[in-house]
Every structure is written in C-alpha cells, then in structure tokens.
Design a protein around this ligand. Structure first.
Ligand SMILES: O=C(O)CCC(=O)C(=O)O
Ligand SMILES: [Fe+2]
Length: 267
C-alpha cells in the first residue's frame, strides 16, 4: 500500500493579529517551529492580507502578462540599469520557463512599474506593503520560536529598501519540459509566496518531492538561508522547485497560460 504524502502544515495567524489568547499564540508558534524544523515551509491563513487585494493583484497580473512582449518591455529597466527591476523574460535557452515583473518597495527610485492595466501599479504597491507587514510579523514570531534576543531579526537588517517582490507568470511547458523554476534554496531571510490555485511548488524532504497544495487565500512561507544559518540548521532552508506538470486532469488551470505567482523576499 502506498503511504499518503505528508502535507505542508497550515498555521492560523489570527492569534497574532487579533487579541488572541496566549495559549493560541503558543500553539501556533509550536506548529511553526515544527514546520520549520521538518520542512522549512508552512502555509498561513488569517494573515491580514485582504483576499480582495490578492485576487485583484492576480487578475491585473494576468491582464498585464497577456499584453504583447513589446508592450511589456516598455516596463523593462534596460541593460544599463543598476538593478534588474521591471519586466523581464527568461531567455529561450534558460531551463526556467517564466517571465516576471520585479519591484522594490513602493518608494524605491529603482522601480519601473507599468501604467497599464489601470490600477495595476497601485495594487502591486499595496500588495508589497501588506506582504512586508506580514513578513515583519513572521520575523517576530520566528525570532521568538528560536529564542533569539527580542527584535533581533527585525533589527538585524533594518534597511528594508532591498526587499523585493516578483510577479511571475510561468510559461506553458511541453510534455517533456515542465520546469517553472529549477530546484534551489532561497538565499534571503524568508520568502512569502501567493500561489495561484494551480500549484506546482514542491519541497524536497529526505529526497522526496512534496507538493505544496494551493488553497484560496493562503500564503506559503519558506525559511531561507539566513534563518537556517542563524538557527544553526535547526530551521531548514529547503530545496524547492516549481514543476508545471500540474496541467493534468486533477488540477487543470482554467487557462494553462495563466499561472501567476506573487512572491515577496525579505532580505
Ligand atoms: O512560484 C513559486 O511557487 C516559488 C517561487 C520560488 O521558489 C522563488 O521565486 O524563489
Ligand atoms: Fe524559491
């Protein structure tokens, strides 16, 4: 008999946002510590990012990515830019099949954000602010889970101007070419991913690939290298990848070209 695959745990963050009781908070922290130790990944619900805003960001991203390459490239920072912000597409020879729009915090002078579709820029800026707030809250929680000095993670890098957010579309693969992002670990502090309902994100645990099952309104959190080092490897910076073979009968996306992610990287 085949054993069911283990699932990446989901944690309710409401005790940290509302006036939650101490015991609910402690329970959530224990779940997070266990998830970070076992997988380096967990999912969060009741995180404070409005569902309507997340839906809007996804919808407007789809509209943007459906524009022609020529229009999208109007939001590219160009080869001489000091930083790779704005629109970019992986070159044809790249093993990773995706295109993306990268931004720094809303006030960054390096941002190159599109004017269209209307409201897109503002929506992305709002998403950034919300995810940054969620990131700060998670840093506080992880700080406590690890027993670090109070506020250590929030203060270790108090210059948040290099945090960045990527809105990405995975390109349609082929039968044999299912790679969205090759396996890797993230080099930052923590990463927060808004997965669309098509999934595709997989985490490696003991050599086995475990899918992160998407669920409406849920965000994925992954521990990255900095926390792995600070925790002396207690918390894992897990190897993960995006495999686009979810275009099967069990999980068909409404339109296979609309596989959108919004990912925020706390540096
Ligand atoms: O799109 C995803 O689900 C994950 C993206 C990712 O791993 C990354 O951008 O580092
Ligand atoms: Fe990653």
């Amino acid at each position: 008999m085949q054993m069911p695959k283990p699932a990446i745990p989901t944690v309710d963050l409401s005790p940290f946002l509302a006036a939650g009781g101490e015991s609910d908070r402690k329970k959530a922290m224990d779940n997070i510590a266990e998830a970070c130790t076992d997988y380096g990944f967990f999912q969060i619900v009741n995180h404070g990012v409005p569902l309507e805003l997340m839906n809007q960001a996804m919808e407007l991203s789809k509209t943007f990515f459906n524009y022609s390459d020529e229009v999208k490239r109007e939001s590219s920072s160009g080869p001489d830019a000091p930083l790779p912000s704005g629109y970019n597409k992986q070159p044809d020879h790249s093993p990773d099949k995706n295109e993306y729009l990268l931004m720094f915090p809303p006030e960054s002078p390096f941002n190159v954000l599109p004017d269209n579709p209307p409201g897109f820029r503002n929506t992305l800026e709002e998403m950034f602010k919300h995810l940054a707030k969620t990131g700060q809250m998670l840093e506080g929680i992880i700080n406590e889970c690890l027993g670090l000095p109070p506020n250590f993670l929030n203060e270790y890098n108090d210059d948040r101007s290099w945090d960045f957010m990527v809105t990405m579309r995975y390109l349609p693969g082929t039968k044999t070419d299912t790679n969205g992002i090759s396996e890797h670990e993230d080099g930052n502090l923590i990463t927060i991913v808004l997965q669309e309902d098509v999934g595709g994100l997989e985490v490696c645990k003991n050599g086995e690939w475990i899918p992160v099952i998407p669920s409406k309104g849920t965000l994925v959190v992954n521990i990255s290298d900095v926390i792995q080092v600070l925790s002396n490897k207690k918390f894992k910076s897990a190897t993960h990848r995006v495999a686009l073979r979810m275009r099967n009968k069990s999980h068909p996306p409404s339109n296979p070209e609309d596989i959108i992610r919004i990912t925020n990287y706390e540096i």
